[in-house]
Design a protein around this ligand. Structure first.
Ligand code: NAP
Length: 489
């Protein structure tokens, strides 16, 4: 079934899946405002999705609200079974889903396959976690009363996701929200709605009831206004830029919604003199250039100790020189295009700013020869704290490297940032590594490791990188409210 849906993406997938998921889709089918989803590698149209009116988004909220009693009323084990089936369906369809993901997002197929695997793993993990919605009995100070604390699903969740991980960002929200008993209205990014719609189609197949998961597409401001202001929406779970997160936070104030915000990052990557340099350089390049640097946890700033600077750089450049920009469907391609021309322009601005302020260009520094929105794998040296690459998320294939002698200065620079999502430290002395990690104001630190996005771990940031955690038991509880019951006996 959904396999057929996946194949029909080349025709008009958004309308088909829109019809499946959205009340009033026959109107959407006739809409002249369908927006095209384009392949960033070729510019070809991959599919269309409807632009829903505010009323239609309101209808999706109403449907999710109506479905809440039934879905939350199921035993957690029953919800778990549905989610486990969904994980299996995603795994069974992983080849098609990965092709779809690459077609609309551009990343190499190997990365897309890994992402689909991660999405399935989130559903599988939360299928199991659903049964652990335990409460507690608190010791009462009085003999004539008992204190019970229960976890209840918050209600209807509005989920808004970005384009850089079209499957795993969606799964990270849907899996815990549905496991907790919430119903969801999901707004995927306009660049990559098809993977989200395919996952929603599979969710229906797995047994997520009608209404419990709605996907809405169209104008962000229109959809956002409804989702943030409708009192029937109890929680907003948003992943995207800090600027948009801030705006949505303000919009949610009117109805005091619960918030989960996964926002921008600006990760430091610190290499101590005793690091295994081969391992550190390979990990640094993998983390920096995955998805062409368009990941929230990708290192934006490299701090390499002066004693091993040249030795690290030599290894780092060797890895960088192996990167091959190209169409994600070509197995040789390891460097994705940027998502669109605006992303390309931002990278160009960051590189131009760094060079104007005295950075040295060691590799790359211009759009790639193959054209489109590819940008060369770029390495900048002699980077200082004032440059844009040191202050903002570049979100592109640009490694900005500086050398350090005093780790205290590095910590001060890292902690001066308004962002606090992720960071990395490489070395051998565990005491130095642990103390450094603990001293950094970051939600996540990889210590001699870079792949942080594991479903059983709490993903999230501090400061202006967000609120709440996705993944792990904390990720489930974020979709719950506590209810305290005082019982007289
Ligand atoms: P974005 O521009 O903030 O957009 C994210 C989503 O929000 C899109 O679906 C977008 O739709 C929507 N949106 C924008 N304005 C809205 C509004 N007024 N009302 C409702 N929805 C609205 O971010 P992006 O460029 O897609 O994603 C990249 C950012 O996400 C980076 O900063 C990255 O660090 C961050 N990110 C963070 C994490 C994490 O776990 N912390 C993970 C991945 C990405 P439109 O495009 O239609 O406006």
């Amino acid at each position: 079934m959904q396999y057929a849906s996946c194949k029909s993406v080349e025709e008009r997938p958004g309308v088909q899946w829109g019809e499946l998921e959205i009340g009033g889709a026959s109107e959407a089918r006739q809409s002249e405002d369908d927006s095209a989803v384009r392949d960033p590698a070729t510019g070809a149209v991959v599919g269309h999705v409807p632009a829903l009116s505010a009323d239609m988004v309101g209808a999706a909220v109403a449907a999710a609200h109506a479905a809440f009693a039934g879905w939350s009323g199921l035993a957690p084990q029953e919800r778990g079974k549905v989610l486990r089936r969904l994980a299996a369906l995603i795994a069974d369809n992983s080849a098609d889903l990965a092709s779809l993901l690459t077609a609309e997002q551009g990343k190499p197929l190997a990365e897309a396959r890994a992402e689909i695997g991660s999405a399935a793993a989130y559903f599988d993990f939360f299928a199991e976690e659903a049964r652990r919605l335990d409460g507690e009995i608190v010791a009462s100070p009085r003999a004539d009363s008992r204190i019970l604390v229960a976890h209840k699903p918050v209600g209807v969740v509005a989920a808004i996701t970005p384009w850089n991980f079209p499957a795993s960002m969606v799964a990270r929200k849907l899996a815990p929200a549905l496991a907790a008993g919430c119903t969801v209205v999901l707004k995927p990014a306009p660049q990559t709605p098809l993977t989200a719609l395919a996952i929603a189609a599979l969710a229906r197949e797995a047994g997520v009831p009608e209404g419990a998961l709605q996907v809405v597409t169209g104008d962000a401001a229109t959809i956002g206004a409804v989702l943030t202001r409708d009192p029937r929406v109890a929680m907003l779970s948003f992943t995207g830029s800090t600027a948009t997160g801030r705006r949505l936070y303000e919009q949610c104030a009117g109805t005091i919604k619960k918030l989960g915000l996964e926002l921008g990052g600006h990760a430091p990557f610190i290499v101590f003199p005793d690091a295994d340099l081969d391992k550190a350089a390979a990990a640094a390049v993998a983390a920096k250039f995955r998805n062409a640097g368009q990941t929230c946890v990708c290192p934006n700033r490299f701090f390499v100790h002066a004693e091993i600077y040249e030795a690290f750089l030599e290894r780092f450049l060797r890895e960088v020189d192996r990167l091959v920009p190209g169409d994600g469907r070509d197995p040789k391609s390891t460097l994705a295009p940027l998502i669109d021309v605006a992303a390309l322009a931002k990278v160009e601005r960051h590189v131009a700013d760094a060079l104007a302020r005295g950075a040295t260009l060691t590799r790359g520094g211009r759009p790639a020869a193959i054209g489109g929105t590819w940008y060369e794998a770029t390495v900048l040296e002699n980077v200082d704290a004032e440059m844009l690459v040191s202050c903002e998320e570049t979100f592109g294939p640009v490694a900005a490297i500086s050398r350090f002698s005093d780790i205290g200065e590095v910590k001060a620079q890292v902690n001066a940032s308004p962002y606090g999502l992720a960071g990395y430290v490489f070395g051998r002395d565990i005491s130095t590594l642990l103390k450094t990690a603990e001293s950094l104001d970051l939600g996540m630190v990889g210590i001699n490791a870079v792949h942080l996005g594991l479903e059983m771990a709490p993903i999230g940031g501090v400061k202006q990188s967000g609120l709440g955690r996705e993944g792990g038991h904390a990720g489930l509880l974020d979709y719950c409210e506590q209810q305290y019951l005082l019982i007289g006996v």
